[in-house]
Every structure is written in C-alpha cells, then in structure tokens.
Design a protein around this ligand. Structure first.
Ligand code: ADP
Length: 567
C-alpha cells in the first residue's frame, strides 16, 4: 500500500467483514449507512435491500441458522434500528447467530439529549435484547469491534449481537496500511466444546438401562451440522426419535424410526428421553404435566452447549455439555456392535400407534372437499415437496403452520424454517429471501393470510432479485378463519376478518412476478410445480374454506377465552 494512502470507517467495516468470509449484507439504506451499502456492493459483497428492516433482520437470522456464519443486517439509526430489533431479539431467542449493525447519531448530542436527527441511545436499548452489544468510536477499533461481534454471535450458544456505528466513525479516516493491520481474521470463531468423559458415560448408562427410550431432536441439532453422526446415533441405537419442527428432515420424515406420527404416545410413555439441542420450553410443555404422562416416570439426558439450560424446567439426570458434534461423536464411540436395541415391545407399540395415525391422516388427505381446506391444499404441497426434497419450506401462520408441520414431510436437514421458539408472525418473506440467497435452492413459503400480511411487501424484494421463491397464501379471509361477525351492529367487520375474496396473487403481478389463483388442489399443485420448474417469483392465492381453521390453531390452551367457547 503506497505511503500516505488513507482509508475510512466505511471501507474498514467492509474489509473486516470480507476478511471474515462474510459476503452478504441484508439491510435497508438511509442516513448514515447509504454509502456503506453502495461501497459494499462495489467491493463485491452481495447487498440485499429490503422494504422494512424487520425482514432484513429476519433474513440475517435465517442466513445465520442455515450457514453457521453470522447473518448481517444493516440499518439506519433510531427507527430503522428499532425495526431491526425485533428480528435481533427473535434471533437471540432462537439461538441463531446474527449481527445487527446500525448507524447512529452523534454521541455528544445523544448523550446530552440535545435533540439530534433520529436521536437514540441505541446501545442501551439493544443490550437486554441480545447476547452482546458493542459500540465502536475509533476507526482503528473497527477490526476489534467486528471480531468481537462475530465471536459473540457464534461461540457457545449462538445468538444476536448488536454493533453500533456512529455516523462520524464511518467517515473517519486513517492511514490505510495501519487500517489493514488493525483488522482481525477471527480464528476458530465457534470452538468445539468437548464433553466431559464421565458425563458421556453417565448418559450412556442411562440410555442402556432404558426400557422405553426416546431421542428428541431440536433445531440446535439442525444448526450444528453434525447430520451424519446424528443419523448414526439414531440408527445404531435403534431408538425412536421425534424431531422438533425445524429439526424435521435431519433424518427423512419417512424414516422407520420417526415417531412423529405417535408424538403424544411417545412423550407420555417414554422412560428415558435424550434431548439433542432442544429446550424444555413451552413447545415441550416444560417437560411436565399431562403431555409427559404419569409424574416421576421419566429421566432426561440433555445435550446442550449452554450449561445453564440444564434443570431449567425439570431435573436433568444426565447433562452432556458441549457442542452437539462433539457430544454425539463421543456417545457414538460408546455404542458398539454389542449395544442392545430397545425392547421390541416398545418399538412395536410405537410402530403400531404410528401406523394407525398415518392411516387416519391418509384418509383425511384423500378427501377432496369443495371449497378446498387446509388438508387438501397441503396434500398437494406435500406431494410436490416429496419430488423436490432440496426445496426449502418456510412456514408461518396458525392453522397453516400446525397443519403444514404435520402434513408436509421433510427429507433433508435444514430445509424447514418456521416461527421458532416464540411462534412469531412476520418471518415469512425475510426467511424466504435468505433461504434463496444463501442456498440458491427453490423456496416454498407456506403462509397463512394473516401471517403473510406482516411481510407481504417484500414480494417486491423477491421480484427485484428474481429469487426462486413461491409464496402460497392460504386465504381463508381472516385471522384463524373469516367467519367472525361484529355483534354490535356497526358497519365495521369483526377484528379477525379481512377483505373477502382478496386476490393476493395480484400483488406479485404488480412487480412482474407470476400470480396464480388456485381454488382446487390440482390448480395449486400445477402452479407450484411450474414455479419450481421455472424458478420465477410466484405467489399462489390458495382459496381455503373460510370456515376451516380453529382459533389459535393448536395452542388454544394459551387463549383461555377461546378454549372456554369451544367447551
Ligand atoms: P427447538 O425449538 O427445536 O426445541 P431450541 O431452540 O429450544 O430447539 O433449542 C436449541 C438448543 O440447542 C439451545 O438450548 C442451544 O443452546 C442448543 N444449541 C445450539 N447450537 C448448539 C450446538 N452447536 N451444540 C450444542 N447445543 C447447541
């Protein structure tokens, strides 16, 4: 580098990201980061611009989950930052690595509260909502700031990190050679954590003595990218397994040991449950209560990278702390040819329950009611996904989520992205864009009409980047369903009701995408197959019976008023 040449904060941020093999930014330009987006693109990074920061943030989070590298979301100050914050908090809750980088106003003015343009103490606000938060004030510290953000996002339990870059920092200049020398290439950002040998032996002993063992795979197991070892663990032990929704496909859903179709039975009846990257949170009824059968009949083994997760809801008899890859391979080392598979009594009982439930489901899926309902529409999608197991499914909604999760089988790891730990709405288009951008694979976004509304404008983003995304909107005219009436006699419709007969397909046509209006499973299937074959941005408005669907889907118990109305 010639003597006397200078660089600035903008370029140092870009160089630091590139040095760490980060090649994509999801964001939304504006003051003070517009030039950062321009320069990043000029320097060869992929910059995907969204219409709202929340969706850029969700895209960064999904990219983090899919790639194991922190996804980057770039926003403007105060309002843009706040819009990105929901995604940052959601990423942290789900253990997805992402870094929210926001421009901010001048410290001197913000700290004296003198009323700057978009004034806000962003660092203080971000702190409780993420794993770590940093601010960089000097160009010479940008390399350190990015290195700390990457390490915090990826190491241990992954999560969201906030990086605050005041406008003045970006324009700061310094000697170019000194600037380059200040950058850090992070060595081993997610170090393996080897489990203690006695913890592994304790877990093996418990598993060996089990009469009715069960393996429960969570999205931590999917994130860990230890697919072959996880499959070997399941197959060599012969233990039935249950995937949480984003762990579907780690082993194909039609695997003979899958207990998905006997979920209630195995959760209630198992005597030893091995959790692999899954928390005993509300999604698993906190490990207790009716779902888990008779009290005091279960013992848990829990594999997790976070030691404080252990005993969070119930006592864990055998914690195995470490990264899933290392833990599973250590367990595998103790499972030799002499390992005795679970008693046939148990596996036969699971298989029997499963067969009965699968035949019931097949009978329901074979019906072809008019108008189409959730089952008949999803039966069509299920067949298409079967023929394109490499496609990524994004799924959100209430009934649309619950039914799709159990009806649409997944065949490969990390092909299903959904509402995750919070059961959040609004992840749809952000996740779909990230899935298409990071993998180049086709994406099928199965969306409730209400859920789609949160991020619907991003169909323009999908069209702008010509992404192979097919959005299927399950249109039943409202939240849960479209039949509620306003009892007061005023002209307003009920709060859960949308415009009847809305043509969501026309939204994408406005931006040059393909719109399909489907009223039968055959039309839906044809539209989806064409979308996958062409790779063209497509939106299928799938017209569903407006009386189909239950309030709050399968979590009616969290909505006591609706539960009472049902009784
Ligand atoms: P699910 O919702 O699918 O049940 P959760 O998000 O509740 O899954 O749980 C994921 C768990 O996986 C978290 O407790 C997290 O600490 C853990 N985890 C994430 N990545 C790893 C990893 N690489 N190794 C071990 N545990 C991990």
């Amino acid at each position: 580098m010639p003597k006397g040449e200078t660089t600035d904060g903008f370029h140092l941020v870009i160089d630091a990201l590139k040095l760490n093999d980060i090649d994509t930014i999801f964001g939304l330009p504006g003051i003070p980061i517009t030039d950062l987006t321009r320069m990043a693109q000029a320097e060869g990074m992929r910059v995907i611009s969204f219409r709202h920061e929340q969706h850029a943030g969700n895209a960064a989070a999904a990219a983090g989950f899919l790639t194991g590298k922190p996804g980057i979301c770039l926003t403007v100050s105060a309002p843009g930052f706040l819009n990105g914050l929901t995604a940052l908090a959601n990423a942290t809750t789900n253990c997805f690595p992402m870094i929210l980088i926001s421009g901010s106003s001048e410290r001197e003015i913000v700290d004296l509260q003198q009323g700057d343009y978009e004034e806000m103490d962003q660092l203080a606000i971000a702190k409780p909502l993420c794993k770590a938060a940093y601010r960089v004030l000097h160009a010479a510290d940008i390399g350190i700031g990015i290195a700390r953000a990457i390490r915090a996002a990826l190491s241990g339990r992954p999560g969201g990190v906030y990086l605050d870059l005041p406008a003045k920092l970006l324009a700061q200049t310094m000697d170019a050679a000194a600037g380059q020398a200040s950058l850090i290439k992070v060595v081993d950002p997610a170090p393996r954590q080897i489990p203690a040998p006695d913890a592994v032996q304790r877990a093996l002993a418990l598993l060996r003595g089990a009469r009715r063992p069960l393996i429960l795979l969570g999205k931590g197991a999917a994130y860990a990218q230890a697919d072959a070892d996880i499959r070997a663990l399941v197959e060599r032990t012969g233990i039935p397994y249950l995937p949480m929704s984003m762990a579907k496909g780690l082993l194909p859903d039609n695997h003979p040991q899958s207990a998905s179709a006997a979920r209630s039975y195995v959760l209630a009846e198992a005597d030893v449950v091995m959790l692999v990257g899954a928390r005993l949170n509300w999604l698993l009824s906190h490990g207790k209560g009716k779902t888990w059968g008779a009290p005091n009949t279960k013992q848990f083994i829990q594999i997790d990278i976070a030691p404080t997760e252990i005993d969070s809801n119930v006592a864990i008899a055998a914690p195995v702390i470490g990264d899933i890859g290392s833990c599973v391979s250590a367990l595998l080392a103790g499972i030799d040819a002499n390992w005795s598979r679970p008693p046939a009594e148990w596996t036969a009982a699971v298989a029997d329950r499963k067969d009965r439930n699968l035949s019931k489901m097949a009978a329901t899926l074979a019906l072809n009611p008019s108008p189409m309902n959730f089952h008949s529409a999803l039966a069509a999608i299920r067949e298409v996904v079967k023929s394109r197991p490499d496609a990524i499914v994004v799924n959100e909604g209430a009934n649309t989520l619950d039914f799709a999760r159990s009806i649409v089988d997944m065949y490969e790891p990390r092909k299903r992205l959904d509402v995750g730990t919070w059961g959040i709405m609004g992840i749809g288009m952000g996740f779909a864009v990230a899935a298409a951008v990071t993998t180049g694979k086709p994406v099928i976004a199965i969306e409730g009409d209400s859920a789609f509304g949160f991020s619907g404008m991003e169909v323009e983003t999908i069209c702008r980047y010509d992404l192979p995304v097919c959005v299927v909107v399950f249109n039943n005219n409202g939240v849960y369903r479209g039949t509620d009436v306003n009892p007061s006699g005023t002209a307003d419709v009920a709060p859960t009701v949308f415009v009847k007969g809305a043509r969501y397909d026309r939204m994408i046509e406005a931006f040059g995408g393909v719109g399909v209006h489907a009223t039968t499973p055959a039309e839906l299937r044809k539209g989806l197959e064409q979308a996958l074959a062409s790779g063209k941005p497509t939106l299928i408005n799938a017209v569903i019976d407006e009386t189909a669907g239950t309030e709050s889907g399968r979590i009616t118990m969290l909505n006591p008023q609706a539960a009472a109305r049902k009784n």
